[in-house]
Every structure is written in structure tokens, then in C-alpha cells.
Design a protein around this ligand. Structure first.
Ligand SMILES: [Zn+2]
Length: 109
């Protein structure tokens, strides 16, 4: 995990995978709504920087959750495998949704 502190950022997102083989992308975001963090069940106030965790599922499809930065860093990232930083241009919503339309194994790497 060294070198990944402070990420995701404006330039870098993170990509890893969970134990079920789903891709897990962590993307810096600012909320336009009030969200509830699945890590601590606390509120994420409107307009504050936080982390969107987007899953690209192994069997196709996507889903996402909004996390406090620190909760994602402390609770979620340590559970992931092969966490790497990737340019934010790779983690746009439209690109991830396109990835989710193909079963894994046929995805471009
Ligand atoms: Zn939290």
C-alpha cells in the first residue's frame, strides 16, 4: 500500500479487486446530495470531498457507494487485492459503465 496515501486525488483514482473477483474503483468526488457512509453509517455532508467506490461486477453490471475518505482508506482498501493508482481519465462513470457491460475476461486491460 505504500505510495497510495492520500489517494484517490484529483489526478489519480485507485483500482483493485475484491475476493469475489469484482473490480473495485475508488474515485474522488464531491457530493450533491447527503450520503450515508457504509463504513461508519455516518453522514457525508453535501459538498464535501469523499470517495466513490464503484464496483464493476465480475458477472457484469456496476454499483457504487459513497464513503468518507478515511473510512474507505482504513476499512475498505486493506481488504482489496492488487490496488494500483490509475489516471482519473480511466475511471469516468461512462467508461466504468461500459466495462460493466462485458463479463470479466473479455475486458480490455
Ligand atoms: Zn464513514
Amino acid at each position: 500500500m505504500s505510495g497510495l496515501a492520500g489517494l484517490p486525488s484529483k489526478r489519480w483514482s485507485l483500482r483493485g479487486s475484491d475476493e469475489e473477483g469484482n473490480e473495485v474503483w475508488l474515485i474522488r468526488s464531491f457530493g450533491q446530495k447527503l450520503y450515508r457512509c457504509p463504513g461508519c453509517h455516518g453522514d457525508i455532508p453535501i459538498g464535501t470531498e469523499h470517495t466513490v467506490v464503484q464496483y464493476v461486477l465480475r458477472l457484469g453490471g456496476t454499483e457504487h457507494h459513497h464513503w468518507h475518505r478515511r473510512c474507505a482508506e482504513e476499512l475498505l482498501v486493506p481488504e482489496l487485492r492488487d490496488v494500483k493508482r490509475v489516471p482519473t481519465s480511466e475511471s469516468s462513470r461512462s467508461k466504468l459503465e461500459r466495462r460493466g457491460r462485458r463479463p470479466s475476461g473479455r475486458r480490455p486491460r
